[in-house]
Design a protein around this ligand. Structure first.
Ligand SMILES: Nc1nc2c(c(=O)[nH]1)N[C@H]1C(S)=C(S)[C@@H](COP(=O)(O)OP(=O)(O)OC[C@H]3O[C@@H](n4cnc5c(=O)[nH]c(N)nc54)[C@H](O)[C@@H]3O)O[C@H]1N2
Ligand SMILES: Nc1nc2c(c(=O)[nH]1)N[C@H]1C(S)=C(S)[C@@H](COP(=O)(O)OP(=O)(O)OC[C@H]3O[C@@H](n4cnc5c(=O)[nH]c(N)nc54)[C@H](O)[C@@H]3O)O[C@H]1N2
Ligand SMILES: [Mo]
Length: 640
């Protein structure tokens, strides 16, 4: 019997017309826009008070602004969120707690003009290739680069030194670096004194983390940790960059705080060339949050609990805003379980395949009274919906703006005609709002943007004309006459305490190992992530045929492959405490014994998220996608 599966990844059809389902037992069928929108308006109306919106981190700022306004004004709820929750929510929470703002503090340009670049839990060579071009220019200009990652990735191959730590031991690593900097007399005492609070407590907290203890816990030689500590502290300018290796843990926000501490200790923040860069994931996940498509912030990152902010928006929108935070994506899924969330409007997200423990997520979505999905493809999530609305793609089919990881707002333009009857996301939302009693008319994307500018001081100075002539502008941009420095928090260096503002507190965070423990039954640590050739749940890269795109594999180190007696291409069973999949083996010498790697890119062939654990960061709600315990079983039949 052949065990070779069909290795051509699934391709998805663009949605060209609305679909509806007459009952839960019947398949989706073609419908007119009139029928689909009438049903949607009725379904949403019936769910007032038990509604949640998933907004799209790939769509424009303008679309995200309208989507969160729809949730807040038409549906009267702050339950609005996006895939930022599965991704960089811990970065936003950690940076906000330290500096009062969730944005990355520096710019891409500064990465070219720095002395040291630390890539921590980030495989930018694969996942942020444009940013990585700036890193390579920085290296060419003389910067040194260090990589901290359990795998020797393509990014790590460019580094002067690769620190291959055990999964989930970033806090011990960071604390040991902090302790070494203090003991070697390399801490920036003047900056600590001037700009931070809680240093004494921090010094006491990291004191037990000697280099030798850190070596034992992280698996990285003490000398390598010491070298990074000295290089970071001695560098004139340094950029500390991190991504999901830090955030996708049950204590992701604590991990982020542990890294921020190192910048406070050395003064590597708030100056040109020195900063903190959480490289955001989706093309507009930064913008989605900035536009208020998150449950705790109004557009322009204005706090919902602040009465002045609420009043401003209540006046602008002629509405009443709930004076409490809404549910985040993770909490919305929990509320589905409790029966407290009965209807969901999902725009451009594929949670059926991207949520940790995907079986559980699917069960929860199936139990909704009403589920509407607005996407450009017929996804596995859309297959669960009562109504499916075909949208135009933000990329090349829609006008608007997006905001990248360095907070730069840039124009995107409509260049292609959308397929079939697909309509723009904003147009669909406004049509629905009108059917539900709100007279929203926007002549074009610019009209939405101008409304946003009028309520968000950080965006006020960014007219479409200026965005065009300056080729994008970073926020904050409060004035139409000038642009601000490329980096944030320069105030921390100000000699005048009044201008310096709130001091940045050290984060007093403790090591807390991954929740899903390895043991005799599940002896392998599985971490999941990305490859260059595919995008997220594979929907948008599905039709990209290339010999590079080789489908899903479970990647093992050569020693483990030999121990299990398996060879490249041979199918094995991978089981966790939640589910089982079969996948072919790939051998990667960049892994170490006991560590396996899988992607999330081919869930129709191998549903990796049946294995992952829904252990969430209590502050940010992000799941521990980066650490599951699994068992690998050789299939007994011959692999022919
Ligand atoms: N080609 C491509 N590019 C993409 C995407 C894509 O799907 N494909 N997706 C986009 C999105 S949404 C995002 S959020 C970004 C994500 O970009 P990245 O975060 O760079 O991507 P990942 O591969 O998920 O994870 C990064 C690294 O974390 C490491 N890691 C795992 N566990 C740990 C740990 O405990 N500690 C440390 N220090 N490291 C650990 C992994 O080995 C991996 O190399 O990429 C974006 N860009
Ligand atoms: N195992 C594992 N799981 C993970 C992760 C991991 O590292 N490991 N990473 C997590 C991370 S970081 C993320 S960001 C999530 C991603 O999770 P999702 O956001 O759920 O997954 P995507 O595949 O990016 O889905 C994007 C959807 O948006 C649609 N779309 C694109 N453009 C538009 C548009 O303009 N309008 C509309 N209406 N729709 C559009 C696409 O067709 C697609 O269906 O996955 C998370 N899941
Ligand atoms: Mo992401």
């Amino acid at each position: 019997m052949s065990r070779k599966r069909d290795r051509v990844p699934k391709t998805y059809a663009r949605l060209t017309h609305p679909l509806v389902r007459d009952s839960r037992d019947e398949p989706l069928r073609r419908a007119t826009w009139e029928e689909a929108l009438t049903r949607t308006a009725a379904g949403l109306q019936a769910a007032r008070g038990a509604f949640g919106m998933f907004s799209c981190a790939r769509a424009t700022n303008e679309m995200n602004y309208v989507a969160q306004k729809f949730a807040r004004v038409v549906m009267g709820t702050n339950n609005v969120d996006s895939c930022n929750r599965t991704c960089h929510a811990p970065s936003v929470a950690g940076l906000s707690a330290a500096f009062g703002s969730g944005g990355g503090t520096s710019s891409y340009e500064e990465v070219e003009h720095t002395d040291l670049i630390v890539m921590w839990g980030s495989n930018a060579r694969f996942a942020h290739p444009i940013f990585f071009q700036h890193v390579l220019k920085g290296i060419r200009n003389g910067a040194r680069m260090y990589a901290v990652d359990p795998r020797r990735t393509k990014t790590a191959e460019w580094a002067e030194s690769w620190l291959g730590l055990n999964v989930g031991t970033d806090i011990p690593m960071a604390h040991a670096i902090g302790r070494e900097i203090i003991h070697a007399g390399l801490a920036n005492r003047a900056f600590i004194e001037r700009a931070t609070s809680g240093f004494a407590e921090y010094a006491a907290l990291v004191e037990p983390w000697t280099l030798s203890l850190a070596e034992k816990v992280t698996g990285v030689p003490a000398a390598a940790i010491k070298e990074l500590a000295h290089a970071y502290a001695r560098a004139e300018r340094a950029q500390l960059c991190w991504t999901l290796g830090i955030t996708e843990h049950h204590n992701g926000t604590d991990n982020v705080r542990a890294l921020i501490n190192l910048s406070l200790l050395t003064g590597h923040v708030g100056r040109y060339g020195s900063g903190l860069q959480p490289l955001r994931g989706q093309n507009n996940v930064q913008g989605g949050g900035d536009m208020g498509a998150i449950p705790n912030r109004l557009p322009g990152f204005q706090d919902i609990l602040d009465p002045q902010s609420r009043l401003k928006f209540e006046t602008a929108w002629d509405t009443v805003i709930e004076p409490r935070y809404g549910l985040n994506l993770t909490e919305m899924f929990e509320a589905m379980e409790e029966g407290e969330l009965k209807a969901v409007y999902c725009i451009g997200e594929n949670p059926a395949q991207s949520e940790a423990d995907s079986e559980q997520a699917m069960r929860r979505m199936r139990a909704l009274d009403f589920f509407v999905v607005q996407d450009i493809f017929l996804t596995k999530t859309a297959e669960l919906a009562d109504v499916v609305l075909p949208a135009t793609a933000a990329w090349a089919e829609t006008d608007g703006t997006t905001t990248n990881s360095e907070r730069r707002v840039q124009r995107v333009r409509k260049a292609l005609r959308p397929p079939g009857e697909a309509r723009e996301d904003i147009d669909i939302l406004c049509d629905l709002a009108e059917r539900m009693g709100h007279d929203w008319k926007y002549a074009d994307a610019q009209a939405v943007w101008d409304e946003l500018r009028s309520v968000s001081p950080d965006h006020w100075g960014m007219t479409y004309d200026r965005l065009e002539s300056l080729q994008g502008i970073q926020w904050p941009c409060p004035s139409e006459d000038r642009v601000e420095p490329t980096y944030l928090h320069g105030r921390l260096w100000d000699a005048d305490p009044a201008r310096r503002g709130t001091l940045a507190p050290f984060g007093l965070v403790a090591h807390d190992p991954p929740v899903d423990l390895t043991d005799d039954s599940y002896p392998i640590r599985l971490t999941t992530g990305r490859r260059l050739d595919s995008y997220n749940t594979g929907v948008q890269s599905g039709s990209f045929a290339s010999p590079l795109r080789r489908g899903e594999y479970v990647e093992l180190c050569p020693e483990d492959a030999e121990r299990y007696g398996v060879v490249v291409g041979e199918e094995v069973r991978v089981s966790s405490r939640r589910g089982t999949v079969t996948a072919p083996v790939w051998v990667d010498p960049g892994l170490r014994p006991g560590l396996a790697f899988m992607t999330m890119h081919f869930p129709d062939e191998v549903d990796t998220n049946q294995l992952t654990i829904e252990a969430n960061c209590p502050i940010a709600g992000t799941a521990e996608f980066k650490a599951s315990a699994v068992r690998i079983d050789k299939l007994t039949m011959s692999a022919t």
